[in-house]
Design a protein around this ligand. Sequence first.
Ligand code: BES
Ligand code: MN
Ligand code: ZN
Length: 502
Amino acid sequence: MSEFVKLNFLSMSDVVANKGKAKKSHEAMVIFVDAKLALAEQTAAQMPHLAELVTSASAAAKFKGKLHSSIEVLNPAGISAERLIIIGTGDGKPEINRLNLGGVVFAKVGAGRNAVVMCDLAGGDAAAAEMMLGAQLRAYKFDQYKTKKPDGDEPEKLGHLSFAVTDVDAAKELYAPHKGIGEGVILARNLVNEPPNVLFPIEFAKRAEALEKLGVEVEVLDIKALEKLGMRALLAVGQGSRHDSRVVIMRWNGAKDKKAAPVAFIGKGVTFDTGGISIKPASGMEDMKGDMAGAACVVGLMHALASRKAKANVVGAIGIVENMPDGNAYRPGDIVKSMSGQTIEIINTDAEGRLVLADVLWHVQSKFKPTFMIDLATLTGAILVALGQEYAGLFSNNDELSERLAAAGKKTSEAVWRLPLGKAYDKMVDSKFADMKNTGGRFAGSITAAQFLQRYVNDVPWAHLDIAGTGMAASNTDINHSWGPGWGVRLLNQLVADHYED
Ligand code: BES
Ligand code: MN
Ligand code: ZN
């Protein structure tokens, strides 16, 4: 896992005394002040000379300590740093998001810089640990395919952020789970950002297999195995591609009772979606390299759960295919038999995600009898029309699961919005020639896609997250400047942590 910034904790008193490991002076020091321009308690007590500096600099710059606003003092007197960065924390209401604040800190310090952050905020060392995750996520960039740096840039060096805290050992322990979560998000981002000539199904499966290092059991089902299982719907989507399809089953058994029913996460992994014979327009088609964001999230989540040794039994299952037009491609009019035995009339080969998920969902519920199934898929353009990029669409047959997901969404700022399911919508995917068709007409496109999936979940509590809006082409936030945001890893990790661990 590549590193974008070095992170460590220092003891606040050592930094102030300028001794031991903290001795080396820093390019920058970050301190926080509230809307009254008051320094945090320990910083104020240990560096009393700062108060006057903050007051005069703030007055000169009309700085009011507003949340995430900042001023800089160059060559400040009495501080062993070239820049003093003063960041506002506002009035603290609504409760400050430490993750975002960590992202803001990294951004103000700048990449490649060496800084110390006086991390004494309400929330103590736990807040520092969360800020560190925010900095880790903000520092991420995907630039390994650039052979030239922009003109005039200094050669890249690795920055170094030290978080000064009360108790270094306690902070390290609090950060440990966050580290795995951060790596999981970054793994998901990398997968979404990779170009489709590099990340085809077999390569994707290989990247998932790397989770074995963390103690995840990984099983890769090849074409022969998929044929044997009868996954004809999934195989139909991939049959026009030079790249063979794969299904990967990942298992993390962290519960005390290794035999207890698992929770299950299922991801759509279309490594490139041309639309197939129902080909998409050329404009923007390159974005369809991200049509595997659901599968990327599941792999990132398994990484996070395994690294923090989550006390839960978890199955991750991803269907990985490439949807291409070809002499051997599936066609509109074809009728395919899914693993469940139900037949599907293909109306549009661009409605391929639901075909992939139909077989993986069916397989997971019949083989693992999970407590719940949650699938993630960049499934419909219609969800972008309905919700934009702010919320993922949530569809579910279970109120409790929906409420838990919504609550985890609020906590992590990976928000979900529930949309309806119902008989009338279900009828819209009935077919003249087969048990169902793979599109439901012009109206309610995201809902009819979800209705289609529901025909493959049996009675298992299930939720479907349509992440076509949130899973790729993300706009920049305090903790993400990457096209692939790694959406859903923190959400689902939170859901598991809050409700499904021993
Ligand atoms: N992968 C697309 C959905 C998509 C669109 C994801 C935009 C991200 C951004 C999906 O496979 C698709 O093509 N869906 C069709 C379904 C239609 C043919 C019923 C769509 O949304 O147009
Ligand atoms: Mn499609
Ligand atoms: Zn697709």
